[in-house]
Design a binder for this molecule. Structure first.
Ligand code: CUA
Length: 215
C-alpha cells in the first residue's frame, strides 16, 4: 500500500480471512468427525440448545465482519479538506485530466504501444503523459466519462471509482511516499478496455509546484 486507506483495506482483508479460516477449520473438523458418527441414538428427539447456539453464534461472528466493514466504507468516503483536485475523464480508450485549480491545465493520457515502448517501460501500463501529484497531501479526484462507463482504479492507493457519463463521482487519497503508481480501467468499456492505464507520479510538494508552474 502507498496510502492509509489501502493499509486499512489490507488490515480488513486479513481480519476477514482469519475469521474465514477459523470457520473453515471448525466446519472441516465437524464434517470429518461425521465419518465416525453413530447414526442410531435411542434417546435423541430434539436439540433445542445446540440449535440456539448454531443460529446465534454465526450471527455474532458476522457482526465482527460487518462493523469493521462499515467503518472502512465510511472512512473511504471521507473527504479531508483536499489541497489539490484532479478531474479525470474516461474516453474510449484513454483518460484525460484537468487540473482546474491551476490555470485550467488539461491533457490526454494515452497508453504507450508496445512497439514504441522504451526498454525500462512497463508493457500495457505506461502512458505518454503522467499525472503529477504531491505526496503527503490530501488529494481529491473527480471522475466522469465522455462516452461509456469507465473506472479509475489504482490498487496501491485503494482507489476505485466509476466514471459515468453525465455524473461526477468523487473520491480522495493521500500518498505517503514518492514513486510511480499504476492503475487500469476496471469497467468493461469496449474493445480496448485493457489499454487505458493510469500512471501517477508522486512527488514532493515543491517539485509539484515547479511542475505545475512550468505547464
Ligand atoms: Cu475504460 Cu475499461
Amino acid at each position: 500500500s502507498a496510502s492509509p486507506l489501502m493499509e486499512q483495506l489490507i488490515f480488513f482483508h486479513d481480519h476477514a480471512l482469519l475469521i474465514l479460516v477459523m470457520i473453515t477449520v471448525l466446519v472441516g473438523y465437524l464434517m470429518f468427525m461425521l465419518f465416525f458418527n453413530n447414526y442410531v441414538n435411542r434417546f435423541l428427539l430434539h436439540g433445542q440448545l445446540i440449535e440456539m447456539i448454531w443460529t446465534i453464534l454465526p450471527a455474532i461472528i458476522l457482526l465482527f465482519i460487518a462493523f469493521p466493514s462499515l467503518r472502512l466504507l465510511y472512512l473511504l468516503d471521507e473527504i479531508n479538506e483536499p489541497s489539490v483536485t484532479l478531474k479525470s475523464i474516461g474516453h474510449q480508450w484513454y483518460w484525460s485530466y484537468e487540473y482546474s485549480d491551476f490555470n485550467n491545465i488539461e491533457f490526454d493520457s494515452y497508453m504507450i504501444p508496445t512497439n514504441e515502448l522504451s526498454t525500462d517501460g512497463f508493457r500495457l501500463l505506461d502512458v505518454d503523459n503522467r499525472i503529477v501529484l504531491p505526496m503527503n497531501s490530501q488529494i481529491r479526484i473527480l471522475v466522469t466519462a465522455a462516452d461509456v462507463i469507465h473506472s479509475w482504479t489504482i490498487p496501491a492507493l485503494g482507489v476505485k471509482v466509476d466514471g459515468t457519463p453525465g455524473r461526477l463521482n468523487q473520491t480522495n487519497f493521500f500518498m505517503n511516499r514518492p514513486g510511480l503508481f499504476y492503475g487500469q480501467c476496471s469497467e468493461i468499456c469496449g474493445a480496448n478496455h485493457s489499454f487505458m492505464p493510469i500512471v501517477i507520479e508522486s512527488v514532493p510538494t515543491n517539485y509539484f509546484i515547479k511542475w505545475i508552474s512550468n505547464n
